[in-house]
Ligand binder design. Sequence first.
Ligand SMILES: Cc1cc2nc3c(=O)[nH]c(=O)nc-3n(C[C@H](O)[C@H](O)[C@H](O)COP(=O)(O)OP(=O)(O)OC[C@H]3O[C@@H](n4cnc5c(N)ncnc54)[C@H](O)[C@@H]3O)c2cc1C
Length: 550
Amino acid sequence: MSNVSAATGVPMPPMKFNLWGTVDESKPLGSSTRKLLTKLMGVNTDTGVAAKDVEVSQIRLSPVRLSDEQLAELAAIVGTDHLTTDDAQRAPRARGKSSLDLLEWRTDAEISAPDAVVAPSTDAEVLTLLQYCTAHNIAVVPFGGGTSVVAGLTPFAEDAGHSFDAVISLDLARFDTLTDVDPVSGLATFGAGLSGPAAELKLAEHGLQIGHYPQSFPYATIGGYAVTRSSGQNSAGYGRFDDMVREMTLVTPVGIITVGHASPASAAGPDLRELVKGSEGAFGVVTAVRLRVHPVPQVKRYEAFTFPDFATGVAAVRAVTQTGTGPTVIRLSDEIESSVNLSSGDKAGETSAPPGCMCITMYEGTPEHAASRHKETRELLLVHGATSVGEDPARHWEQGRFNAPVLRDSLLDAGALCETLETATDWANVPRLKKAVGEALAASLNASGTMALIMCHVSHVYAEGCSLYFTVVAAQQGDPVAQWRKAKTAVTTALTLNGGTVTHHHAVGNDHRPFMEAEIGELGVSVLQAVKKHFDPAGIMNPGTLIGAS
Ligand SMILES: Cc1cc2nc3c(=O)[nH]c(=O)nc-3n(C[C@H](O)[C@H](O)[C@H](O)COP(=O)(O)OP(=O)(O)OC[C@H]3O[C@@H](n4cnc5c(N)ncnc54)[C@H](O)[C@@H]3O)c2cc1C
């Protein structure tokens, strides 16, 4: 096909294939971080090839397995401008953005890439594509913002003993409209491919906001949030993305279904939305999401506090949550994370942070409502042992909150291992789970020959418990992919044995799939397999992700 490479209607993902973010966003390590790495772990931070300087032409991608005839037939469905086999377009859809993904690009191995990228723009095109792929033994991986950290985008051509002839990446970028804004009810319908910032910009024209700010906000999409059960940093105020979803359109190989209700609540049997939230492309493609939205807040108030230790801070945050005083953001870092000051890329490793455990709070809404919630929250925190350190650290956190991930690329370049993981548990179990995670990570990484810096914060709160988010930095030893896989297996096993979920908001993908039985039981897995079989009889939808085909 003459124009397969020249397709102009396939949007280029904004992030560089082997980095978090763009080359322009990348930042060298600050001198304090370099010193810390060398002092603590013996990492020689002057070595290594910067990933930002590596081009797609220097990487070996798997060859395209689709015939000219198949490519022509697929192009006839979406239009020739909306299909490509160009390496520059296949590479950024070949992996997500976990550290394992980023490390894989740093090896000499051939990278399995989708055989083609298609960018449909209507439900009818998606349905025809899925039916074509079902008939021709081609697997399909939906692609939103490409921010998966659980290998949810890896193009597996085999699952449960069945081999596919090829894998295509189905990009949602052309599902990019905002429709049906209902400011009276506080509802709006979004194309699944809209990024967080694009969706918020469109909604702001109506004086409304979603209020979902995961750290991946600059790139992740509305559809991606829904199918991974994402949770944003303002979840204390606006809830996790799960809570906001009113309806979704799911295109499956056997037809199109809208899940959700025309009414705000319903008792008409089990809620089918729960089957689509967290489905990670294994049942079909979400093309539209109707969400609860709210007016853009008139004011924001900020205050940061410190606690003498993590346990005191956790008790205080629990009191706030269980009393329901209503901060929009509340997060508590442990001693190590507070001292490393991870909240912004350029300040990480500096010791300017006050001693103790840092707690950030923020309040949004009308001036009166934000002020009353702030007052009640701060009084409760002070009673529980907090010391106010003013609003600056909270403002600084908000300004820098999307910056930290770019540091990871520089750390990986420099020979450090850096990854995050997250879980959730009941308040009563927080000390046990935190200890178990720390011990599992330390034991595995120490055995590989490095000390590990393990940082933790309470990132999302519920009346009955909270999410714990861990960041670990160590020295790369031997094969860093194998080194982290081992540590990840050890720590995920520890989660299952110590009352934690294997994921609070990163989802399952391929990485957590082996733990699904521990998470929801054998019967639970077979229920999901039955649903998959119903929607996707040939198992073409995102093989390797969530659950195996039955
Ligand atoms: C640096 C960093 C920080 C992060 N911080 C957070 C955080 O704070 N909170 C949080 O919740 N998550 C976070 N994540 C995880 C990630 O951003 C989420 O999983 C995100 O919700 C995925 O959205 P996406 O649009 O990028 O989807 P993708 O990464 O493109 O896809 C994710 C999965 O969903 C499938 N998929 C995507 N779109 C669709 C669709 N429309 N229909 C069907 N299937 C689809 C894909 O096939 C894949 O399996 C972070 C990730 C990174 C790299």
